[in-house]
Design a protein around this ligand. Structure first.
Ligand code: ATP
Ligand code: MG
Length: 213
């Protein structure tokens, strides 16, 4: 049987429970052998916030994935340097694991604009693109997009009826800046890493939170 391997890319700045739940959900629904979490080096589509190094974002992914056998973290994009384009990563994955069926996992915000990504046609040839609802973008909008991608580009798509999880890294960074708890938003060991390294303007280090008890 052909192995099924998914690429799940993102800035992961930081990785959060929404990412992890989505990766596990996709693995179960699509019967994937592995989900590769691949932190981007420099995201081409948004301004890079220099609050963490690529290596730190990668390390937090490793911590978050550590207890899940199906999740694996790849530093392919970080090692490649320069801006990270999904098509380049898929090319590399294809060369390394030529006998696998590749999947690409995307949240709605990504899925709805994927035709504008670099060499989108090639992305569609390499991978089944999986879309997942996020915020207001429900399954209906995703279904319309899936039809469009199929008609226009003969893209193979899969939609996952993933329950909405309203978490974003942006909100987490904001919560940290304003001294609020992120306990329910990220895995424990990721929170510990953030506190230990004082990331995202986090002012509440472990010692001071200990004093508050
Ligand atoms: P930021 O707020 O910095 O953009 P983010 O939470 O969107 O962070 P990314 O690293 O940008 O996280 O996202 C990586 C991938 O995970 C994208 O495809 C994104 O759509 C998806 N994703 C992130 N959070 C969720 C969520 N809560 N539900 C569904 N998909 C999500
Ligand atoms: Mg995002």
């Amino acid at each position: 049987m052909m192995k099924k391997i998914a690429m799940f890319g993102g800035t992961f700045n930081p990785i959060h429970n929404g990412h992890i739940k989505l990766a596990l959900y996709a693995a179960a629904q699509l019967e994937l052998d592995k989900v590769l979490l691949i932190p981007t080096n420099i995201p081409p589509h948004k301004r890079y916030e220099e609050e963490t190094t690529p290596r730190q974002r990668w390390e937090m992914c490793v911590l978050a994935a550590e207890e899940y056998q199906k999740l694996q973290v790849s530093d392919l994009e970080i090692r490649r340097q320069g801006p990270s384009y999904t098509v380049d990563t898929l090319r590399q994955l294809r060369a390394r694991i030529p006998d696998a069926q590749l999947y690409l996992i995307t949240g709605a915000d990504m899925f709805l604009t994927i035709q504008d990504w670099k060499n989108a046609q090639e992305i569609f040839r390499f991978a089944v693109v999986c879309g997942v609802p996020r915020e207001k973008e429900g399954l209906q909008a995703l279904q319309r997009q899936a039809d469009f991608l199929k008609n226009q580009y003969s893209a193979q798509t899969a939609l996952l009826d993933f329950p909405l999880i309203e978490i974003s890294s942006t909100q987490i960074r904001h919560r940290l800046k304003t001294g609020r708890s992120i306990e329910e938003w990220v895995p424990k060991n990721v929170e510990r890493y953030i506190r230990r390294h004082g990331l995202y303007g986090d002012t509440q280090d472990e010692k001071s939170s200990f004093h508050k008890l």
